[in-house]
Design a binder for this molecule. Structure first.
Ligand code: SP5
Ligand code: ZN
Length: 365
């Protein structure tokens, strides 16, 4: 049983949205991350995806196996140097002896080419692997280990497979992926993200015939990656509701309403925002998608805006996620849902289920 918007209980229909899955997405183990100078446990863990899959299959959703895709759309949105770095980072690190000689079991940066360091001198490509990491990674919380590349590349394939289902006529498809991707720009990764799955999906939809695509991002954190990647494009709308970075939240340097322009909409909300204001912001994103004339939607579905989530101070409930899903589904557009954040293992499955039930209800399914 579940409550609808009026609080009336109704029998839950089984979910019918295909859930695209790859076991390879489980191969990335953060092992820990460095936060403000200290090692802490990483919370972007494989168990997240398992919990979501368990909940969705219990709700009746069919699993759909991942299909491999070439690098076409991936290299449209990411610089080849970033992709090459991520593909080879662990082997280089291991080969240079960091794990054995120093106990450094993950690739992490220790120096970055801050714009104030080099001024107008073009920085070197560093010979040291530790220094090279700082050329591509913008934080200390996004470690690369032995399984990271396989998992991140599989996550891209899951997003692309979900796109193909929709391009083939399915109204909706869900990529049950990790690691997430929405913080990754054309040239730099971070925020527990390596490759921008949602941006690659949007680009793939464009390549395969959708004239205009909207990336609607409801993760608790700003979708800075898609904003940056598509900044000069008038064929992709990027729209994000997120906790206000000016109130002290990741990604700290970006995400204000002032960055909004014709095809970019940022709606920061204050800490402790609950369902009413958050759902109103999602309605605003949906209205912008309609006005833009999108032919397809990529919903970047992080569920870390939930009250119990350790990574954000927002207070959205499952009913709020269901209503957000209804609003996006109600656009009546082919919709690819891509998993982003969400870190409370006890509730993550139910939150994603609520959102996807809402998408199906809104789309009339
Ligand atoms: C995809 C996504 O949601 N990325 C957001 C990553 C934000 N990470 C900020 C980490 C700040 C340190 N968290 C420590 C939590 C201790 N409870
Ligand atoms: Zn997030």
């Amino acid at each position: 049983m579940r409550g609808d918007a009026n609080g009336i209980l109704s029998a839950a229909m089984p979910l019918s949205i295909p859930v695209v899955w790859s076991d390879e997405c489980l191969l990335h183990e953060p092992g820990g991350e460095v936060w403000i100078g200290l090692p802490i446990p990483g919370d972007e863990v494989p168990e997240r995806a398992l919990r979501i899959r368990e909940e969705l299959t219990a709700a009746g959703a069919p699993l759909h196996p991942v299909e491999p895709h070439d690098d076409g759309a991936l290299l449209d949105v990411h610089d080849p140097s970033l992709v090459d770095f991520l593909r080879t980072a662990w082997e280089r690190w291991d080969h240079e002896g960091y794990p054995v000689e120093h106990g450094q079991t993950r690739v992490v940066a220790y120096i970055t080419p801050h714009p104030g360091l080099a001024g107008d001198v073009e920085p070197l490509i560093p010979a040291s692997p530790a220094a090279l990491t700082g050329l591509f990674c913008f934080d200390t919380m996004t470690p690369v280990g032995p399984g990271t590349w396989s998992a991140a590349r599989a996550a891209v394939d899951c997003a692309l497979t979900a796109c193909d289902l929709v391009l083939g006529g399915a109204p909706l498809a869900y990529a049950c992926t990790r690691p997430p991707g929405h913080h990754v720009t054309r040239t730099a990764y971070g925020g527990s993200c390596y490759l921008n799955n949602a941006a690659v999906a949007a680009q793939h939809l464009r390549r395969r015939g959708a004239g205009r695509v909207a990336v609607v991002d409801v993760d608790a954190h700003h979708g800075n990656g898609a904003q940056s990647i598509f900044r000069d494009r008038d064929d992709v709308l990027t729209a994000s509701v997120h906790v206000d970075p000016e109130a002290g939240w990741f990604p700290h340097f970006l995400g204000t309403a002032r960055e909004s322009h014709g095809t970019n909409l940022n709606l920061p909300v204050p800490p402790r925002t609950g369902d009413a204001s958050w759902v109103a912001a999602v309605a605003h994103l949906a209205d912008a998608t309609r006005s833009f004339g999108a032919d397809a939607v990529v919903l970047a579905l992080g569920v870390d805006a939930a009250a119990a989530d350790p990574e954000s101070p927002l207070d959205v409930t499952p009913a709020g996620f269901r209503e957000a899903g209804r609003l996006v589904g109600g656009l009546g557009l082919p919709t690819v849902v891509v998993q982003e954040g969400g870190y409370d293992l006890a509730s993550i499955g139910g939150l994603v289920r609520a959102a996807l039930e809402g998408v199906e209800e809104g789309s009339g399914g």
